[in-house]
Design a protein around this ligand. Structure first.
Ligand SMILES: O=C(O)[C@@H](O)[C@H](O)[C@H](O)C(=O)CO
Length: 490
């Protein structure tokens, strides 16, 4: 289809015909119209041929008699969604392993899709937290636009999710659901009780006495003087332990109740509901997880997945930090609790935790959601280091200039001064920064400041557009390693 129109297109855009590249996997015939994705002088467009209903719905430049060049706009994405259901996101429920692939640039999805050939997991291709949207200046609609067009580019019909990630406000939840998002990750970190572990018995009793009498009676009857067998573990709650669980998780559970019944259940489409209690100071004990699970069960709230705060450190972009046997014991118990109540265990900051992936795969046995994001951004920076050393040096310096400011958004232990001095590294070795834990975290958390510099941002996108297959290749290797080690890919 493209070859016979290259001359028409090249003269219309006054570009070299060789600069017109087609994505053959996107080609579709719909009710007599033909459509294909192509790149014209570096910019992706939809080419529609025909005068049928589908082509008539698309907004674009008509090239008589029947060709139309269409931008990858929000309006055209909605038309694509209407005629090609596989370009719309799906929910997957509690039984299918899923893998979150945050893409802060909106260009990684084709590479992500190629990772899932021969994988039992389904990709959540549209995933950005409110924090990421604020720092990149994107919207949930734009994130889903980018993903839907990439799904069309690849001709991928295996299904994908769209996660409104780490949402704390109901307005944001409503916006994501109205955009058609099929997963909501409710961040309860601001509702989790703080400093409860340090409270004295008297303080605990005083705080508990302030709660409604019927609630105190119910939780006392439910949890005290009883044993709970979950998997191979028996759990009990003495009075102090019960009150601590109530004071730590009680408000969070009220928030979950409001969101589940007022938003998730009332959505006009299926929604996977994830509960995130991972971004808290306090580690989620197995007993605390059991309390939350039993309270959700009592309230008839069905979560699809739950992300606890594991013992040790799940920091951004680097491997697990902590005691492996303690982590294994806690992971085993969390997985057993999740399995007992029928939902998936979710691993946040799941990027690069290679040393514990086999354990995670062993104890979750596919009942798992693994969430990544910044590591995909780092693979893009790796392409920049390989292909545009001058730009990389500017990005690295921008990151150094804003690292302390970026630490307000992310907990990292990186010390950039421990990484090699930029001026001491030759162009051919710049990509090695992406294997150093300190520079990985430096680059990982400063993305908002880097993309906030329009000169860096424009050149970054231009370099990645010129090297998109290299970017896809890095993602296939890197995310493929994640999938294989956690047992979700052969
Ligand atoms: O950076 C963010 O805000 C998100 O990507 C967040 O970290 C996400 O929930 C995650 O855990 C990615 O690994």
């Amino acid at each position: 289809m493209i070859s016979e129109y290259k001359e028409t297109i090249s003269s219309f855009f006054s570009v070299d015909p060789e600069s017109i590249i087609a994505y053959p996997a996107s080609y579709k015939q719909i009710e007599g119209d033909q459509i294909i994705l192509c790149k014209i002088a570096g910019e992706k467009k939809l080419l529609a041929l025909g005068n049928g209903l589908f082509s008539s719905r698309l907004h674009g430049e008509p090239l008589p008699p029947s060709l139309k060049i269409c931008p990858l706009s929000h309006e055209n994405r909605l038309v694509l969604n209407q005629f090609l259901p596989y370009t719309r996101p799906s929910a997957f429920g509690r039984k299918i392993a899923t893998f979150g692939l945050g893409d802060r640039l909106g260009i990684a999805t084709p590479g992500h899709i190629r990772c899932f050939e021969r994988s039992s997991a389904r990709p959540v291709l549209a995933q950005q937290s409110k924090r990421e949207l604020d720092l990149t200046g994107r919207t949930y609609a734009q994130v889903l636009d980018d993903v839907s067009f990439a799904v069309f580019q690849e001709g991928y019909q295996g299904g994908f999710g769209a996660d409104g990630d780490h949402l704390k406000q109901t307005d944001d939840i409503k916006e994501a659901l109205d955009c058609g998002y099929t997963m909501i990750t409710l961040d309860c970190s601001e509702k989790i009780g703080k400093g409860i572990e340090a409270m004295t018995s008297q303080q605990l009793e005083q705080a508990f006495a302030n709660l409604p009498a019927d609630y105190r009676q119910r939780v006392g009857d439910t949890y005290l003087n009883r044993e709970f067998l979950i998997g191979l573990e028996e759990y009990r709650f003495n009075r102090e332990e019960l009150i601590r669980c109530v004071l730590i998780y009680g408000l969070a559970i009220e928030f979950v109740k409001e969101v589940f019944f007022d938003y998730i259940q009332k959505a006009d489409h299926a929604v996977d509901f994830e509960l995130s209690i991972d971004e808290t100071e306090a580690v989620t004990t197995a007993q605390g997880h059991l309390f939350v699970a039993m309270e959700l069960d009592h309230l008839k709230i069905e979560v699809t997945s739950l992300a606890p705060r594991f013992i040790g450190e799940f920091q951004k972009g680097i491997d697990y930090i902590g005691n492996f046997s303690e982590f294994e014991q806690q992971l085993k118990e969390h997985a057993a609790i999740a399995d007992h109540f029928g939902y998936k265990l979710s691993i946040h900051s799941g990027s690069d935790k290679f040393s514990v992936f086999p354990l995670i795969g062993l104890y979750t046995a596919g009942r798992l959601h693994l969430k990544t994001s910044g590591t995909n951004w780092l693979e893009a920076i790796g392409v920049i280091a390989e292909k545009n050393p001058k730009l990389y040096r500017s990005i690295h310096q921008k990151a150094l200039d804003h690292f302390e400011q970026a630490r307000a958004f992310y907990h990292v232990s990186a010390d950039p001064s421990k990484a090699a001095e930029l001026s001491s590294i030759g162009d051919e070795a710049l990509a090695d920064y992406l294997t150093d834990v300190n520079s990985r975290q430096l680059l990982h958390i400063t993305y908002g400041f880097i993309l906030g510099d329009s000169r860096l941002k424009d050149e970054l996108y231009r370099t990645l557009s010129q090297n998109e297959e290299r970017y896809y290749g890095r993602l296939i290797t890197h995310i493929g390693r994640h999938l294989q080690l956690v047992g979700l890919k052969d």
